[in-house]
Ligand binder design. Structure first.
Ligand code: ADE
Length: 214
């Protein structure tokens, strides 16, 4: 699966993309991440990517012509592709979206910055997604969150496929059961006795009931 990050500062995602599960998936050839710096597609010698808002107001707006040139540079004929705009006003990204997006061969994330992108970008994307009800300084972090959650649904990416299986049974991470490991006793906190009992039926029952915690 290929991810393209169309952004002003796509390199800002490297520290995350080059660590742990995401790095391993890239090394294994399961995933390819392409950085597409919008500034490389500026049309003038000053490399201008933004301008003042039409009608006045504060801030700068990313130019649609420059962003669309960057976006078009990554599109490949005959590849199933989804173009996503990271947008605090978009539909909220959920676990079901991660699963849905994992079925494409190519995901292109168009990441906003400054006060936003010219609204005409809507004509060039398939959907607008938000990672939550707050405004980030740029869409790169939002794209990373969506990439991370999507990657986990690509066969072979997770070291242990059962991790995903167990989650999908319960429809999401939030419904996972509490987990423990050694030491059995830490300060005044002990691992629940049932997990040490070796009784699998009781352990299953404990895990089905999320209300158990320390
Ligand atoms: N860009 C800025 N804030 C965002 C958010 N919450 N979700 C997606 N993209 C964003």
């Amino acid at each position: 699966m290929k991810f393209s990050l169309v952004a002003l500062f796509p390199e800002s995602t490297r520290s995350i993309l080059n660590s742990s599960m995401i790095a391993r998936a890239q090394r294994q050839g399961l995933v390819d991440v392409e950085e597409v710096p919008i500034r490389d597609f500026a049309k003038d010698k000053h490399k201008t990517v933004d301008d003042a808002p039409c009608g006045g107001g504060a801030g700068q707006i990313l130019r649609v012509d420059v962003v669309v040139s960057a976006l078009r540079s990554v599109l490949q004929e005959g590849t199933s592709t989804r173009i996503i705009l990271t947008d605090p006003a978009g539909k909220q990204f959920k676990q079901a979206d991660a699963k849905r997006l994992a079925s494409y061969e190519h995901l292109v994330f168009v990441c906003g910055r400054y006060e936003g992108i010219d609204a005409r970008i809507q004509h060039y994307v398939d959907e607008s997604l938000s990672i939550g009800d707050y405004v980030l300084t740029g869409g790169e972090l939002a794209a990373l969150v969506m990439i991370d959650a999507t990657l986990r649904h690509i066969p072979g990416v997770l070291g242990n496929p059962e991790s995903l299986l167990e989650e999908s049974h319960t429809e999401g991470i939030a419904k996972e059961y509490p987990q423990y490991t050694k030491p059995i006793e830490f300060e005044e906190h002990r691992v629940p006795e049932v997990l040490l009992s070796g009784n699998h039926a009781l352990i299953q029952a404990f895990r089905s009931d999320r209300s158990h915690s320390e």
